[in-house]
Write a protein that binds this ligand. Sequence first.
Ligand code: SF4
Length: 298
Amino acid sequence: MGNADEKIIVVESGRCSWGKCIFCSFSKKPEVPEASFERLKKILDKALTEKVGVLKYLNSGSFLDENQIPEKFRDYLVERCVALGVNELVVECLPEHITEDVLEELAKKRKGLKITFALGLEVADDEVLRKIQKSFDLKTYEKTAHVLRKFGFGVRTYLMANLPHVKNPKKSLEQSVEYALKLSDSVAVINTFPYGFSPLFKMWVGGVWHPLDKKEFEGICKKYKNNAVVEFFFDDYIAYPRFVDFMRENIVGATSACLNHPYFNVWQEYLVRFMKRRIQRNMRFSSRAHTENHTQNL
Ligand code: SF4
């Protein structure tokens, strides 16, 4: 969750260059918003008007991929942060776009602004990384973290709890946190929840995989509850789950077959476990500067 001195700007911009992670919808959607300087500038100017301690600029893919974030906008964002006196800018990026040349250039422009790169490692296990179709392995993650440090950039690592293909979610999470802590300034543990167009959403509907509820999530994370550099996100990244499409095709009427249909059960579970909290959250966020409705677009 964000704090009072933190602003989160979530912007979809072009397609992620990888687009294959099985829990993610980005790049699998039929349409994605254009990655133009003008559009990104307009969104930023509206959202960022005063100093904040930490600006998390999340562009659903890679900040250093010019097909998603034009270099001109990258420079503009850094300039705006410097001009407003923002302390830290956090961006996301795949390792394949993090090169020494680009970091060297960026380092010249930051003028005292701390820039942290969030790396979506998800799990410290090469076999699982391959199965969930991440684009990189542990060796690449380690190399990237070292290069970022070499140029004075911060490292934040995303981990996902309860991924499919993980045999023991608690043990796997603990191993992943210990591993990530060695190379990161901060670690974010996210409860795995599939986006609507992702293969994992189909696995959930098909009964092959199941998300954790709050108690289960807190149970596997409890070892790090008081660790100041590990943050937890239970349902911050849930998205509109596309039940309508599934329901329309498979649930017709209140027959016993329909009421016991797996799609119907998943839909009910979504409402019971996540909707109440999501409504509360939306009410709270309506008074905050959220630039785009992230979840509606997933
Ligand atoms: S999780 Fe990130 S890297 Fe993977 S497909 Fe989605 S946006 Fe791309």
